[in-house]
Design a protein around this ligand. Structure first.
Ligand code: NOJ
Length: 564
């Protein structure tokens, strides 16, 4: 076999993301906890995944479910204690699982000691840990905020007659990376967790950390698209490179940045290994595909096209063909469930489309990220009423529309396919009360379809389940390094219903056929020699019909062939 350069555990690993609040409650509080994850480690191991990414578990007043951190070295009491955390980490190590934590350092909570100090006086030693604008200079130049009812990122603070910057909620003040003392604090926090044995970080909105600190008026070209401005700060790469030199280079760890606003043209600046910054990052091109322009939480009116879906993945594959490495995901805690979005969650197509999407992630180049429940095909909950939502983003946008006198019914309708809460409903373990997630009242309603086979226990006991397909498909990737490192070539580029590609490593060659259609589809693959093709896996017992290189795929069929 061809020699592979730059083999890395984080390239070969499969990530399983856990939203701790929704995974397993052991106390009856209605909120998931660390002991719940400990209890489920054998299950996670049984999936065949290698790396767990934990959403934030640090002390937080939970204005944004843990993305507002009040103590970077403490565990949120709702989730447990540091002893629980240590036990969790030890349990993972025992099972050969790696742990990636969330690092949320574009902002802290306003309840963090640094901010409490910072707001006390203009001369406080922590004053320069945050971005302040003295009121005597007038109203600060416009900056946009995601979770603010006026979309205003400047909040007036009476105590010192100044405004502070918060690109997210008013309780999430932005940290001032331009201050070397802040960067040093962050490096120390990272070391604290690495010394405990943590294996890496997923870095929240890392593309936003560098700001223009004379806060000029927003250049006109960014009006309406402030993300591009926020992600283009002057010292961003200086800070990432410094973080790498000071901390990351000293440990065998992985990093994946969350990078809104970063497109293909800037991709390698983050992950070209020669630049010593990050290993991977999440781009948002796919997440924007079915959304209104510059409005990532509004569904666009027309349907997304498979040709566009393919184009996004093909160009991101190309950009990392020689250098860098990609990260593949179809959903996470900020976006709706993959099967409801990219597949089809009706009874007739749920099984095939869920497993087809799993096959896609596990046959592309780039590290695959699965989100808890994706392995059993959990779907969007589609709440009918605003009162069922908990997410600050949905609630804030509801308030904005209410204040503007806008169409609230249309908004609630939109949220059925757009809200982050669709992906945050409790894990569906079995058919007990609340799907076995909690004996108390869950913090967010459980999707009732746990009673219809979408739960772990039922699927473990069913050989033909989504869960068992997932495990088998994971094994196929593990058995074939060509599916990890092999080059990718798109076939049938303009086909509207089938995504077909090959992966090649040395003389190992694979063909992947994925139907995105609710109907049978016929395709012609003249260039593939099927004489020696061996089927490795398919989600449909009705196999591909092959008549002189004309093939028929059943709805949402996925098949992986080894060609040589
Ligand atoms: C991105 C996180 O994924 C999201 O959940 C959070 O609300 C924002 N960053 C702010 O931290």
């Amino acid at each position: 076999m061809q020699e592979i350069k730059d083999r890395k555990w984080w390239k070969e690993g499969i990530v399983y993301q856990i939203y701790p609040r929704s995974f397993q409650d052991t106390t009856g509080s209605g909120v998931g906890d660390l002991r719940g994850i400990i209890q489920r480690l054998d299950y996670i191991k049984s999936l065949g995944v290698d790396i767990i990414w934990l959403n934030p578990v640090y002390c937080s007043p939970n204005d944004d479910n843990g993305y507002d951190i009040a103590d970077y070295r403490g565990i949120m009491p709702e989730f447990g204690t540091m002893e629980d955390f240590d036990e969790l980490l030890a349990g993972m190590k025992e099972r050969g699982l790696k742990l990636v934590m969330d690092l949320v350092v574009n902002h802290s909570s306003d309840e963090h000691r640094w901010f409490q100090e910072s707001r006390k006086s203009r001369t406080n030693p922590y004053r320069d840990y945050y971005h302040w604008w003295p009121a005597e200079k007038g109203t600060p130049p416009k900056r946009w905020s995601y979770f603010d009812v006026e979309s205003n990122a400047w909040k007036y603070d009476e105590q010192t007659d100044s405004y502070y910057l918060h690109c997210f909620s008013v309780k999430q003040p932005d940290l001032k990376w331009e201050n070397p003392a802040v960067r040093k604090e962050i490096h120390d926090i990272m070391k604290f967790w690495f010394e405990k044995g943590v294996d890496g970080f997923r870095m929240d909105v890392i593309s936003f950390i560098s700001k223009e600190i004379d806060y000029p008026e927003l250049p006109a070209k960014y009006n309406g698209d402030f993300v591009a401005y926020y992600s283009n700060g002057p010292e961003l790469h200086t800070y990432l490179n410094e973080m790498n030199t000071e901390v990351l280079s000293k440990y065998d760890v992985m990093t994946v940045g969350e990078a809104p606003g970063i497109g293909l043209d800037k991709a390698l600046d983050f992950v070209d290994a020669d630049r010593a910054e990050l290993n991977m990052f999440f781009h948002f091109d796919l997440m924007a595909l079915d959304r209104a322009e510059n409005e990532v939480f509004l569904m666009r009116q027309d349907q997304w096209k498979l040709t566009e879906f393919k184009k996004i993945h093909t160009s991101w594959d190309q950009v990392f063909a020689e250098k860098g490495w990609g990260s593949m995901f179809l959903n996470n805690h900020d976006f709706p469930r993959s099967v409801s979005r990219w597949g089809n969650d009706t009874r007739a197509h749920w099984y095939n489309s869920t497993t087809m999407l799993q096959t896609f992630l596990l046959t592309m180049r780039g590290t695959p990220y699965f989100y808890y429940g994706e392995e059993i095909g959990m779907t969007n909950i589609k709440f009918e009423q605003i009162k069922d939502y908990q997410d600050i983003n949905t609630l804030n946008r509801y308030n904005i529309i209410q204040n503007e006198g806008g169409d609230l019914d249309a908004f609630v309708e939109n949220e059925k396919s757009a809200s982050r809460d669709n992906a945050r409903t409790p894990m569906q373990w079995n058919e007990d009360i609340h799907a076995g997630f909690s004996e108390g009242t869950p913090w967010l309603k459980v999707n009732e379809n746990y009673k219809e086979g979408i739960n772990v226990l039922a699927q473990e006991n069913d050989k033909t389940s989504v869960l068992n397909f997932f495990k088998a498909m994971v094994q196929v990737r593990k058995d074939h390094l060509g599916l990890v490192y092999g080059s990718y070539r798109l076939l049938l580029e303009d086909h509207e219903e089938v995504y077909a590609y090959t992966r090649t490593l040395g003389d190992e060659r694979f063909l992947i056929l994925l139907s995105f259609s609710t109907k049978k589809v016929e395709i012609h693959l003249d260039e593939i020699d099927f004489e020696t093709a061996k089927l490795l896996i398919s989600n449909d017992s009705e196999l591909l019909v092959n008549t002189k290189r004309t093939f028929e795929l059943t709805p949402y069929q996925a098949s992986v062939y080894k060609l040589s």
